[in-house]
Design a protein around this ligand. Structure first.
Ligand SMILES: NC(=O)c1ccc[n+]([C@@H]2O[C@H](COP(=O)([O-])OP(=O)(O)OC[C@H]3O[C@@H](n4cnc5c(N)ncnc54)[C@H](O)[C@@H]3O)[C@@H](O)[C@H]2O)c1
Length: 254
């Protein structure tokens, strides 16, 4: 039985190294933690020093396998410096850093548009461009996972900028899947639905219950739900999945 038909889903990332952007908190932090728990090495890229400091405390037990870099994905120089400072060859890149600046189209400013496109779309280009050529050339198991959103597939009121960026991420994923496949990469996207994070945890219970009621599986997603999909797409077992966008949304858009 070869690795592509192996049904053991207890993933091991021993001897594999990942870069996860925006991993100081939230979904990215959970993805980084999951890689570390599965024996991998992780470089956490985030522009918030506070988030990096908190993550460092929480991940103290993995200190030998985790590396923290303050990097702004909107700045090419910042990405180039971070890529040059990588302590390990990188096998897996998870483009997760993202922001929102929600307003109805009539009220959305040019600044709102530019901030979201620069972070959520151009940021992915900057990081992928600076890192992909430095990724472990010896590895036939290179992975790029881009975090999109259900909003990129279906649109959403008040999110013209975010929907455009996240749809752009899906187009970029498909094109890179075609271009980089022969070079030992697979490139896929994950499109989360409503995910419970520190931000949603601070909302009133009634609001959260109303959000959960719209989801066929009757709950918000967890950061682990997204990390599990990223682990799978990053694994050897997913080696024939390329250019896909996997919705992890409890069926909200059905
Ligand atoms: N939470 C959800 O419900 C949800 C749903 C769909 C998609 N997503 C996507 O998942 C990803 C993570 O979302 P989250 O909810 O964990 O967000 P979050 O705000 O909790 O975390 C995002 C992280 O990205 C970092 N970041 C932002 N801009 C950056 C930049 N320019 N350079 C480097 N780091 C930067 C922030 O400091 C933060 O640590 C985002 O791409 C988001 O769009 C989230």
């Amino acid at each position: 039985m070869n690795s592509s038909s192996n049904s053991n889903l207890n993933f091991s990332f021993k001897n594999k190294s990942a870069v996860v952007t925006g991993a100081g908190q939230g979904i990215g932090f959970q993805i980084a933690l999951s890689f570390l728990q599965a024996g991998g090495q992780v470089s956490i890229w985030d522009y918030s020093q506070t988030a990096l400091d908190n993550a460092k405390k929480e991940l103290a037990q993995f200190a030998d396998n985790v590396h923290f870099v303050q990097v702004d994905v909107t700045q090419v120089d910042s990405c180039t410096k971070a890529a040059a400072a990588l302590p390990w060859p990188c096998d897996i890149l998870v483009n997760n850093a993202g922001i929102t600046r929600d307003k109805s189209f009539g009220k959305m400013t040019f600044e709102d548009w530019n901030a979201v496109i620069n972070t959520n779309l151009t940021g992915l280009f900057n990081v992928t461009k600076t890192l992909s050529e430095k990724m472990n050339t010896a590895s036939a198991h290179k992975r790029i996972i881009n975090i999109s959103s259900v909003v990129g597939l279906y649109g959403n009121f008040g999110q013209t900028n975010y929907a455009a960026a996240k749809a752009g991420v899906i187009g970029m994923t498909k094109t890179l899947a075609k271009e980089l496949g022969r070079k030992g990469f697979t490139v896929n996207a994950v499109a989360p639905g409503f995910i419970a994070t520190a931000m949603t945890n601070a909302m009133p219970k009634e609001t959260l219950d109303a959000m959960a009621a719209k989801v066929p599986v009757a709950r918000l997603g967890s950061t682990s739900d997204i990390a599990n999909a990223v682990m799978f797409l990053s694994s050897e077992q997913a080696s024939y999945i390329n250019g896909a966008t996997i919705s992890v949304d409890g069926g909200i858009v059905l």
